[in-house]
Ligand binder design. Sequence first.
Ligand SMILES: NC(=O)C1=CN([C@@H]2O[C@H](COP(=O)(O)OP(=O)(O)OC[C@H]3O[C@@H](n4cnc5c(N)ncnc54)[C@H](OP(=O)(O)O)[C@@H]3O)[C@@H](O)[C@H]2O)C=CC1
Ligand SMILES: O=C1O[C@H](COP(=O)(O)O)[C@@H](O)[C@H](O)[C@H]1O
Length: 618
Amino acid sequence: MPVNDTRQAMYRWFCGRAFVDLQVRCTRLCMSGVELGLHLIMGSGESGKWTVEQRAPIRNESFENEYVPEIGCLSIIVLGASGDLAKKKTFPALFHLYRQGFIQSHDVHIFGYARSTIPDKEFGSRIRGYLTPCKGFEQTHEEDVTQFLQLIKYVSGAYDKEEGFRLLDKTISEYELSKNSTEGSSRRLFYLALPPSVYPPVCKMIRSYCMNKSDLGGWTRIVVEKPFGKDLASAEELSSQIGELFEEPQIYRIDHYLGKELVQNLMVLRFANRLFLPLWNRDNISNIQVLCLVAMEKPVSLKPEHVRDEKVKVLQSVLPIEDSEVVLGQYEGYTDDPTVPDNSNTPTFATMVLRIHNERWEGVPFIMKAGKALNSRKAEIRVQFKDVPGDIYKCKKQGRNEFVIRLQPSEAMYMKLTVKQPGLEMTTVQSELDLSYGQRYQETIIPEAYERLILDTIRGDQQHFVRRDELKAAWEIFTPLLHRIDQGEMKPLPYKPGSRGPEEADKLAEKAVVEAVVVVSDLPFLFRVSAGQQWCCGRGLSKIGWMEVGLWWVCLREREMEGEREGEREVEYTERSYYRRGMTIGETQAGRVVVAATVLSSDRRVKTQKIVWKHRRR
Ligand SMILES: NC(=O)C1=CN([C@@H]2O[C@H](COP(=O)(O)OP(=O)(O)OC[C@H]3O[C@@H](n4cnc5c(N)ncnc54)[C@H](OP(=O)(O)O)[C@@H]3O)[C@@H](O)[C@H]2O)C=CC1
Ligand SMILES: O=C1O[C@H](COP(=O)(O)O)[C@@H](O)[C@H](O)[C@H]1O
């Protein structure tokens, strides 16, 4: 449904897409020819002495796969097996895992569960047509499908009745016994391909009747599909209901965009390439146009919890969304659908600017765009770099450096660069370094997102699933806006199907980019610090804690300043934003604005202080 899709798209910008995969090799220190691992120098109990604690060598957690194959038989139970998701995505993904040997008939069985009464054979014919051939296995496809379908047993029952789940448990147990699986060593994976309204009763039933009987290395996990609620309150309620029944490590909140090849590649790109490490920040990036954030800091390790910790942190650094930085749309003809009310306020399109209030991203607009019935169906992340200072080649007119990651269709990464136009003339032209997966990896099978994620659930890797606090942090950002839409306070603008969306959306994006450029072109700022009698040049500002807020203030509030001569604002201080008393901030050499700001008091512990500013145009 469109309303959910828009909510999901908004949610996805955050929780998904950008925070994914990381494959960084941990540093190893080789000492005296013996690999000792990383040594940690610690203060000892005795003052003045240092001891060296020897730790086990740090292993490369991404490449030396920690997964140890388990021995108990595996039951995969798809609840809502009669539905759309199950037939189009879940069973086809299971089939591909089977065909590639990740699911083997000797220790895996699959159960479909739903209310509809469907004989096993008929169930097989329902899904057969959706089981597409695996690349390289086209010859044996029909045979493979027949064998795969034999692994599936369909059980019919209600979602809130004991009998159905007792029957399901009995059917699973019979299979486990037939495989001589020791009780408690078996693994049960429940995939809820169901409307969220039935998650709570279904989880309750699973908890009461279908869990592993004891723990001999076996487990019970549940996979829940988005949407995870419709706003903060409903998401929290759902989380509590499920959280009362299952521990967080048993819960896999799936959003299949996190399983897409190029989303999985994002962290590798960022943290495994020296080229990007120093560039990926506000000093170099003008704006980011994403379906998701590319913003988290490097995690301590590749452990799922470390990765997810970083995701939560960056979500918590997102500033409240300003109404003036949102454009909503609804395509013309949307309300012609008889199921849609004539006065529907449901957006089918949204563009908005997000601001991340941290050292890396202050001043860099994250421009999000998503919609239905647009001119093209694609998902990409676009990172625009700042202009080259001292542009002797006049590169500006050709466009800036840009790094584009196209998730779909046709996975690709390309980088727009300025190069010399081949030939005798010394002219420049914009060209691309292009890594199109279809060409470069012709022989490689790129797995479907669901395939990869289901495999992760079997292996117990939660890295690409949404943790409860992450979900909460994401909803906290969007809920106020969603409520304003629900209350009719924000109206979608009409746009033509097949267009780029409302024109205002492009204008908003342009404005955000221009503002970000102004920040660049105005550098260097000169900062006069009256108390310390110092002069500083703006380039190194982010490294000087007490200047950070000033710069942020100048950059982000420029819009407000344009209309006002002077004013007063409350400024929130971060721990790093240490101010000195009586500081005067800012004069741009580029001559756009002069900003004088005085911080009235200074105290590291005070989180909010008053800043008075004035400016004048030259
Ligand atoms: N379809 C897709 O491509 C995607 C779906 N999702 C999410 O996955 C979940 C399942 O999606 P989808 O398969 O499309 O959903 P369906 O509407 O097809 O529902 C799945 C099954 O659930 C049962 N069901 C449907 N409505 C109700 C109800 N009100 N109460 C109880 N049971 C009901 C039906 O089975 P029966 O009557 O036989 O019991 C139905 O076959 C949803 O949460 C959806 O948002 C997420 C991403 C993509
Ligand atoms: O989650 C969803 O995604 C699909 C689109 O998936 P894609 O992998 O084909 O891009 C969308 O159609 C569906 O409405 C939404 O819930």
